[in-house]
Every structure is written in structure tokens, then in C-alpha cells.
Design a protein around this ligand. Structure first.
Ligand code: WQD
Length: 335
């Protein structure tokens, strides 16, 4: 009997790549997605890439009756919870939208999981819960703090999960703290292609390279970093997806709650990423230096050793492959 995974937000950027990895690893996949930040054709692409079927329920994770229906119709063994709003800037402008959606969906999901006695969960958290770290690289036991409502929803949900585990030791939970996911599936069929003006660096670079946007604004070159621009730990989205498969193995095998950094341990500056992107794709990315973006930190990169020790996870793809795959996806989807 195959293990069946419910993937909330499975049509999203990280969710869709994770569905591909799970299907290719022999899991059965059920997706719930309301397509608020993705589209139904992504599910078709998942099927095209893997040659496997996906059971899709269109709807909102806040909808308790829909969740009950899914658990009654599908024998769910484990859940990966991606579905959430994730734009930092928007969360500052619309905090209630973020608290309502991200917390309500998670609490509703957990209530149904408890009622259905399905207590194995992989939760999509973020390195943003570390706030502005005093030292680097970042380890899982570093102090936690957040500077925006989006990050605070992630921190609050981590606390909810920890309290749930204390109340009921039957829960088996892996909290995954992502650093900066970029890139796309090598097929070029799925990737990150926000409909509006991107908030994040790589999708912005790609749109400038593809002449959909005129010029990249680099938010500050006066940070205390190698070249003055912000340093981040970019991880290929396919590597990140593989980290979720490892986390599923973990929650199926052991009954614990633990947190894991999913990063490469390498920090790259904005200028390094731009230069690498131009080189590997033989394309020009015009840019200008502008003032810092409020809330940004200078540097952030992971100590990935605990995920290696506990999950057997290590990112393998380098920055050049991330740049190549990111551009390949947009070139393909444009054609
Ligand atoms: C990376 C670097 C910017 C855009 C965010 C969220 C985090 C997570 C990942 C969800 C920084 C610089 C960016 C641009 C730029 N999301 N930059 N020009 O801020 O590290 O993390 O996305 O979990 O929660 O905070 O990623 O890609 O926005 O920025 O110069 O147009 O690129 O200053 O140094 P960030 P980012």
C-alpha cells in the first residue's frame, strides 16, 4: 500500500516541485489548492513531468468541511502544509489578511488531522523566524524573532505546533525553515513566475533578463558584506523539494517535533547572483543601486549540518544551475 501525502498549496512554487519529487519516489499525492497564487495548469504539468496522477481538490484550507471530505475520501498518512500567503511587504500593509489566512488555515487543518487521527506533519516555515541573527551561520537553536506579520505567522504556527506536541505526544512534526528558494524544475515546465511585479530577487532578475521589466533595483550596496550588497543562502527549489521527502521519511519513522534549516550553507551577494546569472545565461541584466529596502538584513545563511545529520539531507545544486534553471523556465513558458 503506497503512503498517501496531502500537500496543501501543492500547485505553488515549492509545493509543485515537492509533488514531483514525491510522485517519483512512489508516494501517492493529494493536492488542495485555491489557486490564489498559482494555477490549475501547474497540476497538469506535475502529471506531465512525472507521468503519474495527482488527486486535486480545489479549495481553501480554511474550509473545514472540505478538509473533512478529503480525509474521509482519501486515507491520508501524512500532510505537508505549504498553503499560506507569503509576501513580506503585503503582510505589513494587510496584517489581518495574513493572520486570518495563515493561522486560520493551519488551525483548521490541525483540528481535522486530530479528529481523523492523522498526526504526522511537515510544516513549511522560513528562515525569517531568525530575524536579524547576531552571528552566522544560523543554527536551529538560535534566538527567534520576526520583523513583519508574514514572519510572525510562521513563528506563531511553530509555537502552536510545539504546544500541540506537548499536549499530545502522538504528533510527529518536522518544521522546515527555508532559506532562499530559487530556480526551477530542469524540464522548464514548472517554476516561479509571479503574475505581478516580483518582490523577490531572482524572479525580478529573470523578468529584466526577459525584457518584461526594464531594470533591476539593487537595494543598497553599503551593507557590511563582501561587496556591500545583501548576502543570502540561495537553495535550488528541487533540492528543497528533496528535503521534504527526507522530512516525510522522518515523521513516518519517529514521533518527535524538530526544526531543520534547509539551506546550502553558502552565502551569495546580490551582485554575485546577478553576475552569475548573466554569465550562465549569456544575457544582460541592467541594474541600478538604490537605497536599502526597509526590514532587510545584511547577511543570512544556514548551518545545514543538523538537516544532514537528522534527515540525511544535503543540497547538491550550485548557484549556476539555479540561475540556468530559473531562466530556462521563463524562456520555455514564454514560448
Ligand atoms: C534577497 C536579496 C534584497 C529584490 C524573502 C522573505 C523570506 C522568504 C524569502 C518566504 C536581499 C535584494 C531583492 C530586488 C534587491 N520568503 N533584492 N532587489 O528578503 O532574503 O527573503 O524571500 O518565506 O521570508 O523575507 O529575499 O529575494 O526579497 O531578497 O536588491 O528587487 O536581494 O535586498 O538582499 P529575502 P529577496
Amino acid at each position: 500500500m503506497k503512503t498517501k501525502v496531502l500537500v496543501t498549496g501543492g500547485a505553488g512554487f515549492i509545493g509543485s516541485h515537492t509533488c514531483c519529487i514525491l510522485l517519483e519516489a512512489g508516494y501517492e499525492v493529494v493536492v488542495i489548492d485555491n489557486f490564489s497564487n498559482s494555477s490549475p495548469n501547474v497540476v497538469e504539468k506535475i502529471k506531465e513531468i512525472t507521468g503519474k496522477d495527482v488527486v486535486l481538490y480545489e479549495g481553501n484550507v480554511c474550509d473545514k468541511s472540505l478538509l473533512k471530505t478529503i480525509f474521509e475520501k482519501e486515507k491520508i498518512d501524512v500532510v505537508i502544509h505549504f498553503a499560506a500567503f507569503k509576501a513580506v511587504g503585503e503582510s505589513v500593509r494587510l496584517p489581518l489578511k495574513y493572520y486570518r489566512n495563515n493561522l486560520d488555515s493551519t488551525i483548521t487543518l490541525l483540528e481535522v488531522m486530530e479528529e481523523e487521527n492523522c498526526k504526522r506533519l511537515v510544516f513549511s516555515s522560513s528562515a525569517t523566524v531568525y530575524g536579524s541573527p547576531k552571528t552566522l551561520p544560523i543554527k536551529e537553536d538560535f534566538p527567534l524573532s520576526t520583523t513583519n506579520p508574514y514572519g510572525t505567522t510562521k513563528l506563531m504556527i511553530e509555537q502552536i505546533l510545539k504546544d500541540l506536541k506537548i499536549a499530545d505526544d502522538d504528533w510527529s512534526i518536522a518544521i522546515l525553515r527555508y532559506f532562499n528558494p530559487i530556480g526551477a524544475h530542469p524540464s522548464g515546465l514548472i517554476g516561479e513566475n509571479p503574475n505581478d511585479i516580483p518582490n523577490n530577487l531572482m524572479p525580478y532578475i529573470v523578468k529584466v533578463a526577459n525584457k518584461e521589466l526594464e531594470i533591476l533595483s539593487i537595494f543598497g550596496d553599503d551593507y557590511n558584506t563582501k561587496d556591500g550588497t545583501g548576502v543570502r543562502d540561495y537553495i535550488h527549489v528541487v533540492d528543497l523539494a528533496k528535503g521534504h521527502e527526507k522530512a516525510i521519511e522522518k515523521v513516518l519513522k519517529e514521533k518527535k517535533l524538530d526544526c531543520y534549516n534547509l539551506g546550502t550553507g553558502e552565502g551569495y551577494s546580490v551582485l554575485e547572483l546577478v553576475e552569475t546569472f548573466q554569465k550562465v545565461n549569456e544575457v544582460d541584466v541592467p541594474y541600478k543601486i538604490v537605497q536599502r529596502r526597509a526590514g532587510d538584513i545584511a547577511s543570512c545563511y544556514a548551518d545545514p549540518s543538523y538537516a544532514l545529520k537528522e534527515l540525511g539531507f544535503k543540497a547538491e545544486k550550485g548557484i549556476e544551475e539555479m540561475c540556468r534553471d530559473a531562466y530556462n523556465f521563463v524562456k520555455k513558458s514564454k514560448n
